[in-house]
Design a protein around this ligand. Structure first.
Ligand SMILES: [Zn+2]
Length: 53
C-alpha cells in the first residue's frame, strides 16, 4: 500500500560493502548477531544510527 513504511528505527551503514538501509530493533539485533546481510561482515553497534521519526 504505502510506499514508505516507518518500520525503520535505525539506519545501518555497512563499512565493508557500503550498503545502507533502515532496520528495526529486531533486525538490528540480527545484524549484530550474524553480520551484514549483504556481505556477511561483522557489524558493530557504531554502524547503526538512530533515526528520529
Ligand atoms: Zn556489508
Amino acid at each position: 500500500m504505502s510506499a514508505r513504511s516507518t518500520t525503520g528505527e535505525y539506519e545501518f551503514a555497512c563499512p565493508q560493502c557500503g550498503e545502507g538501509f533502515e532496520v528495526n530493533r529486531g533486525m538490528r539485533g540480527a545484524v549484530l548477531d550474524r553480520g551484514c546481510p549483504i556481505c556477511g561482515s561483522v557489524a558493530s553497534k557504531r554502524d547503526f544510527s538512530p533515526l528520529s521519526l
